[in-house]
Design a protein around this ligand. Structure first.
Ligand code: ZN
Length: 226
């Protein structure tokens, strides 16, 4: 990949990710970013080591009776019934299809992509809602080249991970692997480049709020994204 990832989730999110305390749909976007970002892969390894060291320090120093009861452990594992549907191993690239286009996406999205639904298209934007969302709505978003999404603010958290192409907004340009995190304070007008379409993963905790234009016309857009 020629593009160097410039926009990262930040240390607090990575810490929670490594701890396993991040909520599932946010963790999904962070995991997919990490797949694309050697910098954050290294940071996560370092954080895991650091957290491991802290756990070691917290352990009571008691060497008596510390031998694990292997036989009980093995018995309990073998007593469990085999899984009816063992998770499938994903070999080869994970791809997303939109019309005649094929996009390769991070391995972290494999299980979700398998469950993707139908694309809904509105002009030059298409949305594929994924069943991951618990508190938040997770979807794949395809935006054709030279397309602007009307200016909007956020009622909640908006996380966008670029999977192909690029997005430009008032803050700068975002390429493959870059993660944009917008909160209710942020207003932006994202658009694609004149000659390149874009695929991204979108995680939303509340519908977008469009600021400009005729509300009556933009209302269907809110349902479209959320
Ligand atoms: Zn990163």
């Amino acid at each position: 990949m020629t593009h160097a990832v410039k926009h990262h989730p930040g240390i607090p999110l990575l810490e929670q990710y490594v701890e396993g305390t991040l909520e599932a749909d946010v963790a999904l976007a962070v995991a997919a970013h990490i797949d694309l970002c050697p910098h954050c892969q290294q940071l996560c390894q370092d954080l895991a080591v650091e957290q491991g060291t802290q756990l070691q320090l917290m352990k009571p120093v008691d060497t008596q009776d510390s031998e694990p009861d292997w036989q009980t452990m093995i018995d309990s594992i073998t007593a469990e019934p085999p899984l009816a549907n063992p998770p499938r191993q994903h070999k080869g690239p994970i791809t997303v299809q939109f019309k005649d286009k094929t996009f390769q996406v991070p391995r972290a999205l494999a299980r979700l992509v398998e469950q993707q639904t139908k694309w809904t298209q509105l002009g030059s934007i298409a949305n594929n809602k994924l069943p991951a969302g618990d508190k938040r709505h997770v979807s794949l978003l395809y935006i054709d080249k030279d397309t602007a999404i009307p200016q909007h603010t956020h009622r909640g958290l908006e996380i966008t991970l670029i999977l192909s192409g690029a997005i430009v907004d008032e803050q700068g340009q975002y390429g493959v692997g870059d993660i944009l995190i917008n909160t209710p304070d942020d207003t932006h007008t994202p658009r694609t480049l004149p000659d390149q379409d874009c695929l991204c993963l979108s995680v939303l905790s509340a519908p977008l709020k469009f600021n400009k234009g005729i509300t009556r016309l933009l209302n269907p857009l809110q349902h479209f994204f959320y």
